[in-house]
Ligand binder design. Structure first.
Ligand code: ATP
Ligand code: MG
Ligand code: MG
Length: 566
Protein backbone atom coordinates (compact mmCIF):
# COMPACT_ATOMS: atom_id res chain seq x y z
CA UNK A 1 0.00 0.00 0.00
CA UNK A 2 1.24 3.51 -0.71
CA UNK A 3 2.58 5.65 2.11
CA UNK A 4 0.14 7.88 4.00
CA UNK A 5 0.13 10.99 1.79
CA UNK A 6 0.35 13.21 4.87
CA UNK A 7 3.22 11.35 6.51
CA UNK A 8 5.65 14.25 6.09
CA UNK A 9 3.40 16.52 8.14
CA UNK A 10 2.58 14.03 10.87
CA UNK A 11 6.06 13.41 12.15
CA UNK A 12 9.54 14.86 12.11
CA UNK A 13 10.61 18.37 11.28
CA UNK A 14 7.33 19.76 9.93
CA UNK A 15 5.38 18.36 12.84
CA UNK A 16 7.85 19.96 15.26
CA UNK A 17 7.55 23.28 13.44
CA UNK A 18 3.80 23.17 13.77
CA UNK A 19 3.99 22.31 17.45
CA UNK A 20 6.26 25.28 18.08
CA UNK A 21 3.40 27.46 16.92
CA UNK A 22 0.16 25.50 16.78
CA UNK A 23 -1.99 28.19 15.16
CA UNK A 24 -5.67 27.61 14.47
CA UNK A 25 -5.28 29.20 11.08
CA UNK A 26 -1.95 28.48 9.51
CA UNK A 27 -0.69 30.79 6.75
CA UNK A 28 2.26 29.85 4.56
CA UNK A 29 3.64 31.09 1.26
CA UNK A 30 5.61 29.75 -1.68
CA UNK A 31 7.79 32.69 -2.76
CA UNK A 32 9.60 32.03 -6.07
CA UNK A 33 11.62 34.62 -7.86
CA UNK A 34 10.03 34.81 -11.32
CA UNK A 35 13.43 34.52 -12.98
CA UNK A 36 13.31 31.00 -14.42
CA UNK A 37 11.33 27.80 -14.79
CA UNK A 38 10.75 25.74 -11.68
CA UNK A 39 12.66 22.51 -11.24
CA UNK A 40 12.31 19.31 -9.24
CA UNK A 41 13.72 21.02 -6.13
CA UNK A 42 10.94 23.59 -6.24
CA UNK A 43 8.40 20.77 -6.22
CA UNK A 44 9.58 20.04 -2.70
CA UNK A 45 9.15 23.68 -1.70
CA UNK A 46 5.63 23.64 -3.16
CA UNK A 47 4.76 20.37 -1.44
CA UNK A 48 6.12 21.66 1.87
CA UNK A 49 4.45 25.07 1.85
CA UNK A 50 1.12 24.30 0.19
CA UNK A 51 0.95 20.88 1.81
CA UNK A 52 1.62 22.22 5.31
CA UNK A 53 -1.20 24.75 5.00
CA UNK A 54 -3.59 22.21 3.54
CA UNK A 55 -2.80 19.62 6.19
CA UNK A 56 -3.45 22.11 8.99
CA UNK A 57 -6.56 23.52 7.36
CA UNK A 58 -4.77 26.79 6.59
CA UNK A 59 -3.94 28.84 3.54
CA UNK A 60 -0.93 29.24 1.30
CA UNK A 61 -0.08 32.24 -0.86
CA UNK A 62 1.74 32.07 -4.13
CA UNK A 63 3.93 35.14 -3.80
CA UNK A 64 6.07 36.24 -6.69
CA UNK A 65 9.19 37.68 -5.14
CA UNK A 66 9.65 40.16 -7.94
CA UNK A 67 12.12 42.63 -6.52
CA UNK A 68 14.82 42.13 -9.13
CA UNK A 69 13.55 43.53 -12.44
CA UNK A 70 16.74 42.49 -14.22
CA UNK A 71 15.78 38.83 -14.53
CA UNK A 72 12.00 38.73 -14.59
CA UNK A 73 9.89 37.71 -17.57
CA UNK A 74 6.18 37.16 -18.13
CA UNK A 75 6.62 33.53 -19.18
CA UNK A 76 8.05 32.64 -15.76
CA UNK A 77 5.07 34.05 -13.87
CA UNK A 78 2.66 32.09 -16.03
CA UNK A 79 4.63 28.89 -15.91
CA UNK A 80 5.19 28.98 -12.13
CA UNK A 81 1.48 29.38 -11.45
CA UNK A 82 0.70 26.59 -13.88
CA UNK A 83 3.11 24.24 -12.13
CA UNK A 84 1.63 24.93 -8.70
CA UNK A 85 -1.80 24.01 -10.03
CA UNK A 86 -0.45 21.02 -11.89
CA UNK A 87 0.88 19.69 -8.60
CA UNK A 88 -2.66 19.93 -7.31
CA UNK A 89 -2.52 23.10 -5.22
CA UNK A 90 -4.72 26.14 -5.31
CA UNK A 91 -3.08 29.37 -4.13
CA UNK A 92 -5.13 31.20 -1.49
CA UNK A 93 -4.09 34.40 -3.24
CA UNK A 94 -1.50 35.26 -5.83
CA UNK A 95 0.55 38.20 -4.62
CA UNK A 96 3.61 40.12 -5.73
CA UNK A 97 6.26 41.57 -3.49
CA UNK A 98 6.18 44.57 -5.82
CA UNK A 99 2.57 45.26 -4.76
CA UNK A 100 4.13 46.35 -1.47
CA UNK A 101 6.71 48.75 -2.89
CA UNK A 102 4.96 51.79 -1.40
CA UNK A 103 4.57 50.17 1.98
CA UNK A 104 8.14 48.91 1.96
CA UNK A 105 9.41 52.35 1.03
CA UNK A 106 7.50 53.93 3.91
CA UNK A 107 8.95 51.38 6.32
CA UNK A 108 12.44 52.08 5.02
CA UNK A 109 11.93 55.75 5.88
CA UNK A 110 10.66 54.69 9.27
CA UNK A 111 13.77 52.58 9.82
CA UNK A 112 15.92 55.61 8.96
CA UNK A 113 13.94 57.76 11.37
CA UNK A 114 14.51 55.16 14.07
CA UNK A 115 18.24 55.53 13.47
CA UNK A 116 18.39 51.97 12.19
CA UNK A 117 19.36 52.56 8.59
CA UNK A 118 21.79 54.76 6.69
CA UNK A 119 22.67 55.59 3.11
CA UNK A 120 26.12 54.28 2.29
CA UNK A 121 28.39 55.10 -0.66
CA UNK A 122 31.03 52.44 -0.14
CA UNK A 123 32.09 50.04 -2.87
CA UNK A 124 32.56 46.28 -2.65
CA UNK A 125 36.21 46.53 -1.57
CA UNK A 126 35.33 48.90 1.28
CA UNK A 127 32.56 46.60 2.41
CA UNK A 128 34.90 43.66 2.47
CA UNK A 129 37.35 45.54 4.66
CA UNK A 130 34.59 46.68 7.00
CA UNK A 131 33.50 43.08 7.35
CA UNK A 132 36.88 41.77 8.43
CA UNK A 133 39.00 41.85 5.27
CA UNK A 134 40.00 39.10 2.87
CA UNK A 135 40.18 36.42 5.56
CA UNK A 136 37.43 37.91 7.67
CA UNK A 137 39.82 38.07 10.63
CA UNK A 138 40.65 41.77 10.96
CA UNK A 139 38.44 43.88 13.26
CA UNK A 140 35.06 44.83 11.82
CA UNK A 141 34.17 48.52 11.70
CA UNK A 142 31.54 50.91 10.35
CA UNK A 143 32.19 53.50 7.67
CA UNK A 144 31.69 57.23 8.18
CA UNK A 145 28.24 57.03 6.53
CA UNK A 146 26.93 55.26 9.59
CA UNK A 147 27.52 58.53 11.47
CA UNK A 148 25.11 60.54 9.30
CA UNK A 149 22.06 61.94 11.06
CA UNK A 150 18.59 60.59 10.37
CA UNK A 151 17.75 63.76 8.47
CA UNK A 152 20.82 63.43 6.25
CA UNK A 153 19.95 59.79 5.58
CA UNK A 154 16.37 60.63 4.82
CA UNK A 155 17.41 63.32 2.37
CA UNK A 156 19.87 61.00 0.66
CA UNK A 157 17.38 58.15 0.54
CA UNK A 158 14.85 60.43 -1.14
CA UNK A 159 17.57 61.42 -3.61
CA UNK A 160 18.08 57.74 -4.33
CA UNK A 161 14.37 57.38 -4.91
CA UNK A 162 14.34 60.46 -7.16
CA UNK A 163 17.05 59.13 -9.42
CA UNK A 164 19.85 61.42 -8.27
CA UNK A 165 22.27 58.54 -7.84
CA UNK A 166 23.45 56.05 -10.42
CA UNK A 167 23.50 52.34 -9.60
CA UNK A 168 26.20 51.55 -7.02
CA UNK A 169 26.70 55.20 -6.04
CA UNK A 170 24.46 54.83 -3.01
CA UNK A 171 22.52 52.14 -1.19
CA UNK A 172 20.51 51.93 1.97
CA UNK A 173 21.97 49.77 4.75
CA UNK A 174 20.31 48.51 7.85
CA UNK A 175 22.14 49.43 11.04
CA UNK A 176 22.21 46.05 12.72
CA UNK A 177 24.96 44.73 14.97
CA UNK A 178 28.45 44.34 13.56
CA UNK A 179 29.67 42.81 16.82
CA UNK A 180 27.37 39.84 16.25
CA UNK A 181 29.23 36.78 14.94
CA UNK A 182 26.52 36.29 12.31
CA UNK A 183 27.42 38.00 9.01
CA UNK A 184 23.71 38.48 8.31
CA UNK A 185 23.84 41.18 11.02
CA UNK A 186 26.66 43.18 9.46
CA UNK A 187 24.58 46.08 8.17
CA UNK A 188 22.98 44.38 5.17
CA UNK A 189 21.72 46.27 2.15
CA UNK A 190 18.01 47.17 2.23
CA UNK A 191 17.65 49.16 -1.01
CA UNK A 192 19.75 49.60 -4.11
CA UNK A 193 19.56 51.88 -7.11
CA UNK A 194 18.65 50.03 -10.31
CA UNK A 195 18.05 51.72 -13.59
CA UNK A 196 15.64 49.11 -14.90
CA UNK A 197 11.92 49.24 -15.63
CA UNK A 198 9.94 46.76 -13.57
CA UNK A 199 7.60 44.16 -15.01
CA UNK A 200 4.68 45.46 -12.95
CA UNK A 201 5.59 48.92 -11.73
CA UNK A 202 7.17 50.14 -14.94
CA UNK A 203 9.36 53.22 -14.53
CA UNK A 204 7.89 54.19 -11.17
CA UNK A 205 10.96 53.15 -9.18
CA UNK A 206 14.66 53.81 -9.48
CA UNK A 207 15.35 51.89 -6.27
CA UNK A 208 14.41 48.34 -5.37
CA UNK A 209 14.35 46.58 -1.99
CA UNK A 210 16.62 43.59 -1.38
CA UNK A 211 15.52 40.09 -0.44
CA UNK A 212 16.68 40.69 3.13
CA UNK A 213 14.52 43.77 3.46
CA UNK A 214 11.51 42.49 1.55
CA UNK A 215 10.97 38.95 2.63
CA UNK A 216 10.33 39.26 6.34
CA UNK A 217 8.14 42.32 5.90
CA UNK A 218 6.01 40.76 3.15
CA UNK A 219 5.64 37.68 5.34
CA UNK A 220 4.36 39.94 8.09
CA UNK A 221 1.99 41.86 5.77
CA UNK A 222 0.41 38.58 4.69
CA UNK A 223 0.13 37.23 8.20
CA UNK A 224 2.41 34.28 7.46
CA UNK A 225 2.54 32.14 10.59
CA UNK A 226 5.13 29.60 9.41
CA UNK A 227 7.65 30.94 6.93
CA UNK A 228 9.30 27.79 5.62
CA UNK A 229 12.47 28.23 3.61
CA UNK A 230 15.58 26.29 2.75
CA UNK A 231 18.59 25.86 5.03
CA UNK A 232 20.85 28.36 3.30
CA UNK A 233 18.67 30.98 5.01
CA UNK A 234 19.36 29.69 8.50
CA UNK A 235 21.74 32.57 9.29
CA UNK A 236 19.24 35.00 7.83
CA UNK A 237 16.73 34.09 10.49
CA UNK A 238 18.35 36.55 12.87
CA UNK A 239 18.13 39.47 10.44
CA UNK A 240 14.62 38.38 9.46
CA UNK A 241 13.50 38.66 13.09
CA UNK A 242 15.57 41.79 13.71
CA UNK A 243 13.84 43.68 10.92
CA UNK A 244 10.32 42.66 11.88
CA UNK A 245 11.09 43.58 15.48
CA UNK A 246 12.00 47.10 14.38
CA UNK A 247 9.05 47.74 12.14
CA UNK A 248 5.96 45.56 12.41
CA UNK A 249 3.61 44.04 14.96
CA UNK A 250 2.79 40.72 13.36
CA UNK A 251 5.77 38.38 13.71
CA UNK A 252 5.98 35.34 11.41
CA UNK A 253 8.20 32.43 12.39
CA UNK A 254 10.91 31.38 9.95
CA UNK A 255 12.12 27.78 9.97
CA UNK A 256 14.48 26.07 7.51
CA UNK A 257 14.29 22.67 5.78
CA UNK A 258 16.80 20.86 3.56
CA UNK A 259 16.99 21.36 -0.19
CA UNK A 260 16.34 18.49 -2.53
CA UNK A 261 18.87 17.76 -5.26
CA UNK A 262 19.00 14.84 -7.64
CA UNK A 263 22.44 13.48 -8.46
CA UNK A 264 23.50 13.80 -12.08
CA UNK A 265 20.88 16.40 -12.96
CA UNK A 266 21.75 19.95 -13.85
CA UNK A 267 19.31 22.61 -12.67
CA UNK A 268 21.40 25.73 -13.06
CA UNK A 269 19.49 28.27 -15.12
CA UNK A 270 22.65 29.50 -16.78
CA UNK A 271 23.65 26.04 -17.95
CA UNK A 272 20.18 25.02 -19.11
CA UNK A 273 19.87 28.28 -21.02
CA UNK A 274 23.09 27.53 -22.83
CA UNK A 275 21.91 24.00 -23.71
CA UNK A 276 18.69 25.40 -25.09
CA UNK A 277 20.57 28.02 -27.11
CA UNK A 278 23.10 25.48 -28.44
CA UNK A 279 20.29 23.05 -29.22
CA UNK A 280 21.70 20.35 -26.97
CA UNK A 281 18.04 19.92 -26.04
CA UNK A 282 14.92 21.02 -27.90
CA UNK A 283 13.77 23.46 -25.24
CA UNK A 284 13.17 24.06 -21.55
CA UNK A 285 10.55 21.32 -21.58
CA UNK A 286 12.72 18.71 -23.28
CA UNK A 287 11.85 15.47 -21.46
CA UNK A 288 15.54 14.85 -20.74
CA UNK A 289 15.66 17.83 -18.39
CA UNK A 290 14.52 18.12 -14.77
CA UNK A 291 12.60 21.33 -14.96
CA UNK A 292 9.00 20.72 -13.90
CA UNK A 293 7.72 21.52 -17.39
CA UNK A 294 10.08 18.86 -18.77
CA UNK A 295 9.11 16.29 -16.16
CA UNK A 296 5.46 16.98 -16.88
CA UNK A 297 5.96 16.64 -20.62
CA UNK A 298 7.73 13.34 -20.12
CA UNK A 299 4.60 12.06 -18.44
CA UNK A 300 5.63 11.82 -14.80
CA UNK A 301 2.39 12.14 -12.83
CA UNK A 302 2.26 15.02 -10.34
CA UNK A 303 1.07 12.58 -7.70
CA UNK A 304 4.29 10.60 -8.10
CA UNK A 305 6.36 13.73 -7.47
CA UNK A 306 4.42 14.46 -4.29
CA UNK A 307 4.78 10.86 -3.21
CA UNK A 308 8.52 11.09 -3.78
CA UNK A 309 8.85 14.20 -1.60
CA UNK A 310 6.68 12.62 1.06
CA UNK A 311 8.70 9.40 1.05
CA UNK A 312 11.97 11.24 1.46
CA UNK A 313 10.49 13.18 4.35
CA UNK A 314 11.52 16.64 5.43
CA UNK A 315 14.49 17.32 7.69
CA UNK A 316 16.93 20.18 8.18
CA UNK A 317 19.63 18.66 6.01
CA UNK A 318 20.03 18.99 2.27
CA UNK A 319 19.62 15.72 0.43
CA UNK A 320 21.23 14.41 -2.72
CA UNK A 321 19.06 11.66 -4.15
CA UNK A 322 19.90 9.26 -6.99
CA UNK A 323 17.75 9.46 -10.12
CA UNK A 324 17.11 5.74 -9.72
CA UNK A 325 15.24 6.40 -6.51
CA UNK A 326 13.02 9.00 -8.13
CA UNK A 327 12.30 6.62 -10.99
CA UNK A 328 11.49 3.82 -8.57
CA UNK A 329 8.78 5.95 -6.98
CA UNK A 330 7.38 6.88 -10.39
CA UNK A 331 7.32 3.24 -11.43
CA UNK A 332 5.49 2.15 -8.28
CA UNK A 333 2.99 4.95 -8.67
CA UNK A 334 2.34 4.09 -12.30
CA UNK A 335 2.03 0.42 -11.56
CA UNK A 336 -0.98 1.18 -9.35
CA UNK A 337 -2.57 3.85 -11.45
CA UNK A 338 -2.27 3.31 -15.19
CA UNK A 339 -3.83 0.80 -17.58
CA UNK A 340 -1.87 -1.69 -19.64
CA UNK A 341 -1.68 -1.96 -23.39
CA UNK A 342 0.34 -3.77 -26.00
CA UNK A 343 2.93 -1.80 -27.96
CA UNK A 344 5.52 -3.00 -30.41
CA UNK A 345 8.53 -0.73 -30.88
CA UNK A 346 10.04 -2.33 -33.96
CA UNK A 347 7.33 -4.35 -35.67
CA UNK A 348 7.87 -7.41 -37.78
CA UNK A 349 4.93 -9.05 -39.49
CA UNK A 350 3.79 -12.55 -38.55
CA UNK A 351 1.29 -14.54 -40.62
CA UNK A 352 -0.38 -17.31 -38.63
CA UNK A 353 -1.29 -19.67 -41.42
CA UNK A 354 -3.91 -21.74 -39.63
CA UNK A 355 -5.65 -18.88 -37.85
CA UNK A 356 -8.49 -18.36 -40.34
CA UNK A 357 -11.14 -19.32 -37.78
CA UNK A 358 -9.83 -16.63 -35.40
CA UNK A 359 -9.39 -13.88 -37.95
CA UNK A 360 -11.52 -11.03 -36.60
CA UNK A 361 -12.29 -12.76 -33.28
CA UNK A 362 -12.99 -10.28 -30.52
CA UNK A 363 -10.83 -10.66 -27.43
CA UNK A 364 -11.77 -9.12 -24.10
CA UNK A 365 -8.68 -7.83 -22.37
CA UNK A 366 -8.47 -6.40 -18.85
CA UNK A 367 -6.75 -3.02 -18.58
CA UNK A 368 -4.88 -4.35 -15.59
CA UNK A 369 -4.22 -7.84 -14.35
CA UNK A 370 -3.96 -6.44 -10.82
CA UNK A 371 -6.86 -4.05 -10.61
CA UNK A 372 -10.26 -5.21 -11.87
CA UNK A 373 -11.72 -1.74 -11.27
CA UNK A 374 -9.91 -0.54 -14.37
CA UNK A 375 -12.26 -2.62 -16.49
CA UNK A 376 -11.49 -4.19 -19.82
CA UNK A 377 -11.56 -3.49 -23.51
CA UNK A 378 -11.98 -5.42 -26.73
CA UNK A 379 -9.50 -5.89 -29.51
CA UNK A 380 -9.66 -7.98 -32.64
CA UNK A 381 -7.37 -10.88 -33.20
CA UNK A 382 -6.16 -11.31 -36.75
CA UNK A 383 -4.38 -13.82 -38.88
CA UNK A 384 -1.64 -11.29 -39.52
CA UNK A 385 -0.11 -9.60 -36.51
CA UNK A 386 3.04 -7.68 -35.58
CA UNK A 387 5.51 -8.70 -32.90
CA UNK A 388 8.69 -6.96 -31.84
CA UNK A 389 11.79 -7.71 -33.89
CA UNK A 390 13.71 -8.34 -30.70
CA UNK A 391 11.37 -11.24 -29.87
CA UNK A 392 12.45 -13.26 -32.91
CA UNK A 393 15.72 -15.03 -33.68
CA UNK A 394 16.64 -16.48 -37.03
CA UNK A 395 18.72 -19.14 -35.31
CA UNK A 396 17.30 -20.82 -32.23
CA UNK A 397 19.27 -21.87 -29.18
CA UNK A 398 18.46 -23.86 -26.06
CA UNK A 399 18.56 -20.96 -23.63
CA UNK A 400 16.27 -18.81 -25.78
CA UNK A 401 12.55 -18.79 -25.00
CA UNK A 402 10.95 -16.51 -27.50
CA UNK A 403 10.13 -17.01 -31.16
CA UNK A 404 12.48 -18.84 -33.54
CA UNK A 405 12.04 -21.35 -36.34
CA UNK A 406 10.55 -24.46 -34.77
CA UNK A 407 10.09 -22.76 -31.40
CA UNK A 408 6.85 -21.92 -29.62
CA UNK A 409 6.07 -18.68 -27.80
CA UNK A 410 2.90 -17.47 -26.10
CA UNK A 411 1.05 -14.39 -27.37
CA UNK A 412 -0.47 -12.35 -24.56
CA UNK A 413 -4.27 -12.83 -24.52
CA UNK A 414 -4.33 -14.76 -27.80
CA UNK A 415 -6.20 -18.05 -28.37
CA UNK A 416 -3.04 -20.19 -28.68
CA UNK A 417 0.73 -19.90 -28.65
CA UNK A 418 2.43 -19.80 -32.04
CA UNK A 419 5.34 -21.71 -33.52
CA UNK A 420 7.46 -20.17 -36.25
CA UNK A 421 7.78 -22.23 -39.39
CA UNK A 422 9.79 -20.01 -41.75
CA UNK A 423 10.76 -16.43 -42.45
CA UNK A 424 11.83 -14.21 -45.31
CA UNK A 425 14.50 -11.53 -45.35
CA UNK A 426 15.11 -8.45 -47.41
CA UNK A 427 17.82 -9.17 -49.96
CA UNK A 428 19.45 -5.78 -49.58
CA UNK A 429 19.40 -5.29 -45.82
CA UNK A 430 19.22 -8.86 -44.58
CA UNK A 431 16.46 -7.83 -42.21
CA UNK A 432 13.58 -10.19 -41.53
CA UNK A 433 10.53 -8.99 -43.43
CA UNK A 434 7.95 -11.63 -42.54
CA UNK A 435 7.61 -14.63 -40.27
CA UNK A 436 5.32 -17.52 -41.03
CA UNK A 437 3.87 -19.37 -38.07
CA UNK A 438 1.16 -21.81 -36.99
CA UNK A 439 -0.83 -22.15 -33.79
CA UNK A 440 0.70 -24.56 -31.32
CA UNK A 441 -2.51 -26.02 -29.92
CA UNK A 442 -0.70 -28.56 -27.70
CA UNK A 443 1.58 -26.36 -25.62
CA UNK A 444 -0.58 -25.06 -22.81
CA UNK A 445 2.06 -23.21 -20.82
CA UNK A 446 4.73 -21.64 -22.99
CA UNK A 447 7.79 -20.37 -21.11
CA UNK A 448 7.31 -16.82 -22.37
CA UNK A 449 4.43 -14.66 -23.51
CA UNK A 450 5.18 -11.77 -25.85
CA UNK A 451 3.10 -8.76 -26.80
CA UNK A 452 1.70 -8.25 -30.28
CA UNK A 453 -0.55 -5.85 -32.13
CA UNK A 454 -3.09 -6.46 -34.86
CA UNK A 455 -2.38 -5.77 -38.50
CA UNK A 456 -3.84 -2.95 -40.59
CA UNK A 457 -7.60 -2.76 -40.17
CA UNK A 458 -7.53 -4.06 -36.58
CA UNK A 459 -7.69 -0.60 -35.06
CA UNK A 460 -4.02 -0.69 -34.06
CA UNK A 461 -2.17 2.49 -34.94
CA UNK A 462 1.24 3.56 -36.06
CA UNK A 463 3.10 5.80 -33.62
CA UNK A 464 6.47 7.35 -32.94
CA UNK A 465 8.11 6.37 -29.67
CA UNK A 466 10.85 8.36 -27.96
CA UNK A 467 12.97 6.64 -25.36
CA UNK A 468 15.07 8.84 -23.10
CA UNK A 469 18.42 8.15 -21.51
CA UNK A 470 20.84 10.42 -19.64
CA UNK A 471 21.97 13.44 -21.65
CA UNK A 472 25.61 12.87 -20.84
CA UNK A 473 27.85 9.84 -20.78
CA UNK A 474 29.58 10.71 -17.52
CA UNK A 475 28.22 11.86 -14.19
CA UNK A 476 30.14 15.09 -14.34
CA UNK A 477 30.06 16.40 -17.92
CA UNK A 478 31.63 19.70 -16.94
CA UNK A 479 34.80 17.94 -15.82
CA UNK A 480 35.26 16.22 -19.19
CA UNK A 481 38.21 17.31 -21.33
CA UNK A 482 37.10 19.63 -24.09
CA UNK A 483 33.94 20.59 -22.20
CA UNK A 484 30.53 19.10 -21.68
CA UNK A 485 29.75 19.00 -25.40
CA UNK A 486 32.34 16.23 -25.68
CA UNK A 487 30.36 14.18 -23.21
CA UNK A 488 26.97 14.17 -24.93
CA UNK A 489 25.29 10.77 -24.96
CA UNK A 490 24.34 10.03 -28.59
CA UNK A 491 21.60 7.76 -27.27
CA UNK A 492 19.99 10.28 -24.92
CA UNK A 493 16.96 10.07 -27.19
CA UNK A 494 16.28 6.89 -29.15
CA UNK A 495 13.42 7.23 -31.62
CA UNK A 496 11.31 4.34 -32.92
CA UNK A 497 9.56 5.97 -35.86
CA UNK A 498 7.41 2.99 -36.90
CA UNK A 499 6.12 1.60 -33.63
CA UNK A 500 2.56 0.25 -33.36
CA UNK A 501 0.09 0.54 -30.51
CA UNK A 502 -2.96 -1.70 -30.06
CA UNK A 503 -6.54 -0.50 -30.59
CA UNK A 504 -7.19 -0.11 -26.83
CA UNK A 505 -5.15 3.09 -26.96
CA UNK A 506 -8.16 5.11 -28.09
CA UNK A 507 -10.12 4.22 -24.99
CA UNK A 508 -7.14 4.83 -22.73
CA UNK A 509 -6.81 8.27 -24.26
CA UNK A 510 -10.51 9.05 -23.99
CA UNK A 511 -10.64 8.06 -20.33
CA UNK A 512 -7.35 9.61 -19.19
CA UNK A 513 -6.28 10.33 -16.57
CA UNK A 514 -7.34 7.22 -14.70
CA UNK A 515 -8.10 8.33 -11.14
CA UNK A 516 -10.80 5.70 -10.70
CA UNK A 517 -8.10 3.11 -11.13
CA UNK A 518 -6.63 3.50 -7.68
CA UNK A 519 -8.65 6.13 -5.93
CA UNK A 520 -6.17 8.79 -6.99
CA UNK A 521 -7.36 12.35 -7.19
CA UNK A 522 -7.62 14.08 -10.52
CA UNK A 523 -4.16 15.53 -10.59
CA UNK A 524 -2.78 16.45 -13.91
CA UNK A 525 -5.97 16.39 -15.93
CA UNK A 526 -5.83 18.15 -19.19
CA UNK A 527 -2.58 17.93 -21.07
CA UNK A 528 -1.66 15.19 -23.55
CA UNK A 529 0.83 13.83 -21.00
CA UNK A 530 -2.02 12.74 -18.76
CA UNK A 531 -2.59 9.87 -21.20
CA UNK A 532 -0.33 7.31 -19.54
CA UNK A 533 -0.10 3.55 -19.78
CA UNK A 534 2.12 0.61 -19.24
CA UNK A 535 3.19 -0.99 -22.50
CA UNK A 536 3.45 -4.59 -21.41
CA UNK A 537 7.03 -5.91 -21.45
CA UNK A 538 8.28 -2.54 -22.75
CA UNK A 539 7.99 0.47 -20.41
CA UNK A 540 5.65 3.18 -19.15
CA UNK A 541 4.62 5.77 -21.71
CA UNK A 542 2.75 9.05 -22.02
CA UNK A 543 1.51 10.99 -25.02
CA UNK A 544 3.83 13.79 -26.11
CA UNK A 545 2.58 17.24 -27.00
CA UNK A 546 4.02 16.84 -30.52
CA UNK A 547 1.16 14.43 -31.24
CA UNK A 548 -1.45 15.42 -33.82
CA UNK A 549 -4.72 13.86 -34.89
CA UNK A 550 -2.88 11.77 -37.45
CA UNK A 551 0.29 11.05 -35.61
CA UNK A 552 0.74 9.73 -32.09
CA UNK A 553 4.04 10.50 -30.39
CA UNK A 554 4.84 8.71 -27.15
CA UNK A 555 7.48 9.44 -24.50
CA UNK A 556 8.98 6.80 -22.32
CA UNK A 557 8.37 7.92 -18.74
CA UNK A 558 10.42 5.18 -17.10
CA UNK A 559 11.48 1.64 -17.87
CA UNK A 560 9.61 -1.25 -16.23
CA UNK A 561 12.59 -2.23 -14.14
CA UNK A 562 15.63 -0.42 -12.91
CA UNK A 563 18.37 -0.51 -15.52
CA UNK A 564 21.27 -2.23 -13.77
CA UNK A 565 23.87 -1.23 -16.34
CA UNK A 566 23.94 2.40 -15.34
P1 ATP B 1 17.17 28.35 -8.03
O1 ATP B 1 18.34 29.26 -7.96
O2 ATP B 1 17.50 26.91 -8.21
O3 ATP B 1 16.08 28.84 -8.93
P2 ATP B 1 16.14 29.67 -5.74
O4 ATP B 1 16.49 29.41 -4.32
O5 ATP B 1 16.58 30.92 -6.38
O6 ATP B 1 16.54 28.38 -6.57
P3 ATP B 1 13.47 30.62 -5.66
O7 ATP B 1 12.91 31.04 -6.96
O8 ATP B 1 13.87 31.64 -4.70
O9 ATP B 1 14.62 29.58 -5.95
O10 ATP B 1 12.58 29.49 -5.02
C1 ATP B 1 11.38 29.61 -4.34
C2 ATP B 1 11.40 28.69 -3.18
O11 ATP B 1 11.80 27.38 -3.55
C3 ATP B 1 12.39 29.16 -2.12
O12 ATP B 1 11.74 29.13 -0.87
C4 ATP B 1 13.50 28.16 -2.20
O13 ATP B 1 14.09 27.99 -0.95
C5 ATP B 1 12.78 26.90 -2.68
N1 ATP B 1 13.70 26.00 -3.37
C6 ATP B 1 14.50 26.30 -4.42
N2 ATP B 1 15.26 25.25 -4.76
C7 ATP B 1 14.94 24.25 -3.90
C8 ATP B 1 15.39 22.90 -3.74
N3 ATP B 1 16.34 22.39 -4.52
N4 ATP B 1 14.84 22.16 -2.75
C9 ATP B 1 13.88 22.68 -1.97
N5 ATP B 1 13.41 23.93 -2.07
C10 ATP B 1 13.93 24.72 -3.03
MG1 MG C 1 16.35 32.74 -4.94
MG1 MG D 1 14.87 30.74 -8.53
Amino acid sequence: APLDPDAMFKQGFLNDVYNERPEKCVFTRFPPEPNGFLHIGHAKAIAVNFGFARYHGGKCYLRFDDTNPEAEEEIYFTSIEEMVRWLGFEPYKITYSSDNFDKLYALAEKLITLGKAYVCHCGDDDLKLQRGGEKGTSPRFRCEHAEQTADENLAKFRDMRDGKYKPREAFLRMKQDITDGNPQMWDLAAYRVLDKPHHRTGDAWKIYPTYDFTHSLCDSFEGITHSLCTVEFVLSRVSYEWLNNQLVDFKPMQREYGRLSIAGTVLSKRKLKEWVEKKVVRGWDDPRLYTLIAIRRRGVPPGAILEFVNELGVTTTNSMIQIARFEQTIRRYLERTVPRLMLVLDPVRVVIEDADEFDGTELTIPFSSKNAAMGDHKIKFSKTIYIDRSDFREVDSKDYFRLAPGKTVGLLQAPFPIRATSFTTDAATGKVTEIRAVFDRETKKPKTFIQWVGAEGSGARACEVRVYNPLFKSDNPYAVEGGYLNDLNPDSEVVYPDARIEAGFDEVRARAPWPEAAGEDKLGKGGPESVRFQAMRVAYFAVDSDSTDDKIVLNRIVSLKEDKEK
